[in-house]
Design a protein around this ligand. Structure first.
Ligand code: DGJ
Length: 328
């Protein structure tokens, strides 16, 4: 009897503290999202890496108690994409290129390199005025760090701000980056050592928050317009191959919905035993308190060359079968 009441108490505590119901695996987009410690997940502008059956979520750690002159990337792991275990702050970096106060490290993404067996972290590195416009690389021998700074550079000699991550079905890895002077997205394949990129495709659309998925016979690219931290209607285009031809961009949600106040960061494809589901992973930014920014994750509705972000609503997910359903 005593044991029953203790576990009941634990269950109540975990339900009260988390936006996810441990038993049912319910995602509540826009709600505060807590980790296994009951602390808010700090993985903004993030990316997901699947490694040996576990998902790893890397992102900007904006914890208010972080040292203000350093930048932090946090890592969480999960079997089901719903319950997340805090692993560690995998990168704690002091201004590596002497960019000065308010220097910027955004949108970290981690690629496991099958050739070198290293984990390679890419991020957007910038100064306070976003003029440096480079990517940076840090590496680790373990997926959950520590990562060590290697270098920064302009991919393909182009200015690079928002970055996105894409790994195709054949395992080839790509960096998506936004290049303002050329008014578009580059999709650039990582070289064998993952320390550089080579041009694969250019999409002439002045968008940021670039995200890409290969679903069925099409590639879908999603991006947001350039309105700083303010949300705007995100758009998408499709193509039969990365090289194109890409369709015109269309709204991902009704224009007036303003992408439900969120901005794209990644499209996560889960190939389950029964279904393949693509999850829209977005940030609801709070620029005056970035640590309190929320996450909007929703399963996308895809039919032929149409992709739709449904209105945010609690949804249940089974990462094994790939089945996602809106909670009635
Ligand atoms: C929009 C970008 O997508 C964010 O990552 C961030 O760089 C903000 N701009 C800064 O205004």
């Amino acid at each position: 009897m005593k044991r029953v009441s203790i576990s009941a108490a634990l269950l109540i505590v975990s339900l009260a503290g988390a936006p996810f119901c441990a038993a049912s695996g319910i995602v509540k987009p826009g709600d505060p999202w807590t980790d296994d410690r009951g602390q808010r997940i700090q993985a903004h502008g993030g990316g997901i890496t699947l490694w040996h059956g576990d998902y790893y979520w890397f992102g900007e750690d904006r914890t208010p108690s972080n040292e203000p002159e350093k930048r932090y990337v946090a890592c969480y792991s999960s079997r089901d994409l719903v319950h997340w275990k805090f692993r560690r702050q995998v990168l704690v970096l002091s201004d590596p290129e002497h960019l000065g106060p308010h220097w910027v490290l955004e949108r970290p993404k981690v690629y496991p390199n099958p050739h070198t067996h290293q984990f390679v972290l890419y991020a957007h590195l910038d100064d306070a005025r976003y003029k440096f416009a480079r990517v940076m690389i840090a590496v680790s021998d373990r997926i959950d760090g520590d990562y060590h700074y290697v270098k920064s550079f302009r991919p393909l000699d182009q200015e690079s701000r928002d970055i996105g991550q894409f790994v195709d079905d054949d395992g080839s890895a790509y960096l998506i980056f936004e290049s303002r002077p050329t008014k578009g997205f580059f999709i650039a394949r990582l070289t064998n050592d993952y320390m550089n990129v080579e041009k694969t495709a250019f999409i002439p659309a002045p968008l940021e928050g670039g995200a890409l998925v290969h679903a069925g016979s099409l590639y879908y690219v999603v991006g947001s317009h350039m309105t700083g931290w303010r949300p705007n209607p995100n758009v998408y285009a499709t193509a039969p191959s990365l090289a194109g031809p890409w369709t015109e961009f269309r709204d991902l949600a009704p224009t007036e919905a303003n992408n439900y106040q969120s901005q794209s960061t990644m499209l996560v494809k889960v190939v389950g035993t029964k279904k393949t589901t693509v999850i829209f992973m977005g940030d609801i930014w709070k620029p005056s308190a970035l640590w309190d920014s929320r996450y909007l994750w929703m399963p996308l509705e895809i039919s032929g060359d149409e992709m739709k972000l449904p209105p945010p609503h609690p949804w249940q997910f089974n990462a094994k079968t790939g089945e996602a359903s809106i909670v009635p």
